[in-house]
Design a protein around this ligand. Structure first.
Ligand code: PHE
Ligand code: NA
Length: 500
């Protein structure tokens, strides 16, 4: 055909890129505290249930959608059934939102690599991070900029766009092939070092001691599904896009299992490393592990710096830890920006490089502006909560209802997977996806919407939640519908038809 669609040269290249996308900030800072807060060792049960009943089945679903139609998220949904196209655009929008704030966290981690070398935070890591570094104001919306952060975010975007301009194989795949092995080796060294710190065992006890009562709490199950979705990069359009670059005959499910188990393996490793280190910190300061285990952003940027100051060889340990965050984050950010880039190429016939500059550049500018103000952290937190808990879950459930129930495409997707893959899927996969998982996700989505609508989010002012929470979701829905009304280039649809 005349298509200029890019390809991954080998299955290995694809697997590295997919692992690069999956292994990210979510594994290193998010998984440890989510586990700790949701039943510790007992959390492994909902986590595994979510992985097996939603994570891996949806990963296969994404692969099948993208590979079958050879298309971006909007095109792949459009080819499943016309009315599904907005779901693809909505996922693309969620990817854009996440990319906008994810870049900022990578920038902070980059700065903290350097700060580790002389422990720039002194003896108060908390005041340093929120005050001196982010210069945070009151929760709200502000146009007051912090120049040092502005520069960091710019650097992250320059690197990201540079890699993307290299293309799918020479850019994305090659970057992951270098940095993922490096990340794994470096991280293994850190974890082993942490395990030999005095007090490490107490940290592991705190993380893994099961609180089985937690299993009766629906919030714990919601947290498990949320973690799996974010962590595996599913229902963002990423895996659809990546699968579209695979050659016709590729073992899809086999690759998916490698990616899913590598991601979970890395996550558990991170949990062990982080809590061994927190155990040491607790024992050094005579506190309980529960006192030093903060959640959220504070874990990486407050608890870890404190720890780095207390441990022998902390400077180097800190440098390596933040380097891991940067490597893990960059390979994920690259994957997310590729989603809108590919969508724009197909829908508007924009050339490859032009699309990168238009979409990537646009995202970069919004990200640089939004994430360098004194209120960036509140904006980030709000966008993160709504994009993940409503956006991703909503896109997944509506996608399953429309493609599975309404268009009845699950059997065709199953046949597509089975024709080329080593691990076969059958009725179990269809029932899980079309039945149990859809219902669980629907329940989660409704509960979440009711919670945010009645209780708000955090202690944040209505303007913040209105603009960056509900407003953002509303804007994505409207944009998704409008974009779906625009006609596709005829050749794009012909080629996708031919592919199917
Ligand atoms: N899987 C990523 C992680 O665990 C999530 C992600 C991917 C977020 C790509 C943004 C972009 O961190
Ligand atoms: Na992950």
């Amino acid at each position: 055909t005349t298509s200029q669609r890019e390809v991954f040269a080998t299955r290995g290249a694809f697997i590295f890129a997919a692992i690069g996308s999956a292994v990210g900030l979510g594994n290193i800072w998010r998984f440890p505290y989510v586990t700790y807060e949701n039943g510790g060792g007992a959390f492994i049960i909902p986590y595994l249930v979510a992985l097996l009943t939603a994570g891996i089945p949806l990963l296969f679903f994404d692969y099948a959608m993208g590979h079958r139609a050879r298309g971006s998220a909007p095109l792949s949904f459009r080819m499943a059934t016309k009315v599904a196209e907005p779901i693809g655009w909505f996922q693309t929008g969620v990817a854009i939102v996440i990319g906008i704030y994810y870049a900022a966290i990578i920038g902070w981690a980059g700065a903290y690599m350097i700060f580790s070398l002389n422990q720039a935070w002194g003896d108060d890591a908390e005041t340093y991070f929120f005050g001196s570094f982010l210069k945070m104001g009151d929760p709200g919306v502000s146009m007051e900029f912090v120049p040092s952060i502005l520069i960091l975010v710019i650097i992250v975007w320059v690197i990201t766009l540079g890699v993307l301009l290299g293309g799918v194989q020479a850019g994305i795949a090659r970057f992951s092939k270098i940095f993922i092995p490096l990340l794994i080796i470096l991280f293994l060294i850190l974890v082993i070092r942490a395990l030999f710190l005095p007090g490490a065992a107490a940290g592991l006890d705190a993380l893994f001691t099961p609180d089985f009562a937690a299993l009766a709490d629906p919030k714990v199950w919601i947290a498990a599904y949320g973690q799996i979705f974010f962590s595996l990069s599913i229902a963002f359009g990423i895996m659809i896009t990546y699968a579209s670059y695979l050659k016709r005959k590729t073992n899809l499910t086999g690759s998916g299992l490698v990616v899913a188990f590598s991601n979970s393996g890395f996550e558990i490793l991170a949990g062990i490393g982080v809590f061994a280190a927190l155990g040491f910190m607790a024992s050094a300061s005579g506190a309980a592990v529960s006192d030093v285990a903060t959640s959220g952003i504070g874990l990486a940027f407050v608890a870890f710096p404190t720890l780095i100051s207390e441990m022998p060889g902390g400077n180097l340990f800190g440098f390596a830890f933040f380097a891991c965050l940067v490597f893990a984050g960059l390979t994920s950010l690259i994957s997310i920006v590729q989603v809108p880039i590919q969508a724009l190429r197909e829908k508007f016939g924009v050339g490859n490089k032009a699309s990168i500059l238009l979409v990537g550049g646009g995202m970069a500018i919004i990200s640089i502006l939004l994430m360098s103000t004194v209120t960036a952290l509140y904006v980030l937190d709000t966008m993160d909560a709504f994009a993940n808990n409503i956006g991703i879950v909503g896109a997944a459930v509506v996608g399953l209802i429309v493609v599975g129930w309404f268009a009845r495409k699950l059997p065709a997707l199953r046949d597509h997977l089975n024709a080329i893959s080593s691990f076969k899927v059958g009725w179990f996969w269809m029932i899980i996806l079309g039945g149990v998982t859809t219902l669980v996700l629907l329940y989660m989505l409704i509960t979440q919407i009711i919670t945010y609508a009645t209780e708000g989010y955090g202690e944040y002012p209505a303007l913040l939640i209105g603009v960056f929470g509900w407003g953002m979701i509303g804007l994505l829905i409207v944009a998704a519908i409008v974009l779906s009304l625009i006609r596709w280039p005829r050749r794009t649809i012909e080629e996708a038809d031919e592919a199917i």
